[in-house]
Design a protein around this ligand. Sequence first.
Ligand code: ATP
Ligand code: MG
Length: 429
Amino acid sequence: MSKSLQAIRGMNDILPEQTPLWRYFEGTVARLLDNYGYKQIRMPIVEFTELFKRSIGEVTDIVEKEMYTFEDRNGDSLTLRPEGTAACVRAVLEHGITGGGQVQKLWYIGPMFRHERPQKGRYRQFHQIGLEVFNLDGPDIDAELIIMTWRLWGELGIRDAVKLELNSLGTSESRGRYREALVEYLSAHHDKLDEDSQRRLKTNPLRVLDTKNADTQAVLVDAPKMADYLDDESRAHFEGLKARLDAVGIPYVLNPKLVRGLDYYSKTVFEWVTDQLGAQGTVCAGGRYDGLVEQMGGKPTPGVGFAMGIERLVLMLETLEQIPQEISRQVDVYLCAFGEEAELAGLALAERVRDELPNLRLQVNAGAGSFKSQFKKADKSGALYALILGDDEMAQQVVGFKPLRGQGEQQSIAWDALAAHLATCVVQG
Ligand code: ATP
Ligand code: MG
């Protein structure tokens, strides 16, 4: 196949054999979010470039080098969304749904786009489930977000493989004071910093804390600590969060170097990390962004949120073999009919059964075929039972009911009794 007719590097098809696991994951998260009282919002995938520059920050990795930006036919600069928070804030402002202090607890799901180097767990089109809460400024809601994800890891069977890292970035004032102290310290050690950190020292000094470079890390050992610069209010907020996590029994580690890639965070920041995925270890990340809505032209509105990477979590389920057995079976019953008359009767019978059992996964053989070939298809479908309609069954107005997974002999069931019989032997999802 010529290269131009292939998918773009880092943008993946999710094939039919993978979608059951995706749907299981997405369904589990959606149910949990419903149960905690969050409502779904859906935003466009493309926005004006300016929106991301303004919200994410000009000197972040995302805006500097990861965005898919293009000019449309009107000459407007548009960008494929690299994350969801910016568009979500735009949407709530545009529709006035956070005005007057209205609380909004929102979530979204969908593809995000970043021009990164593709590797395991890192793609150019990837998918997130994200969540944003507006107009609640206390640590109780920060705690709820973390508690909810903790429950999710439990339901998915991956709780032992993730670790919560926590930090507080303080208010923009206290962070400003800390930034000054850090810049002063790092400037005195300028020559020992790696090139990237030297550049960040000028553009986004807090990001130096995030460095992977060993020499720079050594310099950071004696650097001023963010915790020493926290204002009283942020300190109390952080203590409030920790007390709630302790009350529920959620373990965490404090990571004073956790600063997050985006500019807009304040107070709480957190990441759920795993050592199961190699270098791409963060599966869910978020924090508080009390200044963002105002920065984007709204009234001061506290906000807090997170996003989780679906690819990474699906990979974790596969790596840890936490794939529920029942999701791989997609057919309960497979109907085989032999001859034209039986086929017509079978179609009508299948619809009657579906009327009565709307959740039954009933597949009707298509493409006719011999007894042997239809049976082979029935078996391959994964169905628990085959229904058989041949000349004999037609004559007696019954259907052959054959267990395919070794649970007993074939029996004959009257057409009228079929739905009731199926209801007793198939557990319907
Ligand atoms: P990383 O440090 O791995 O680059 P990030 O800080 O850029 O992550 P966020 O913007 O916080 O990531 O996005 C939230 C989550 O989305 C991440 O924790 C991760 O699970 C997922 N994610 C981010 N970028 C990618 C990507 N390119 N491919 C797959 N998943 C991603
Ligand atoms: Mg990144």
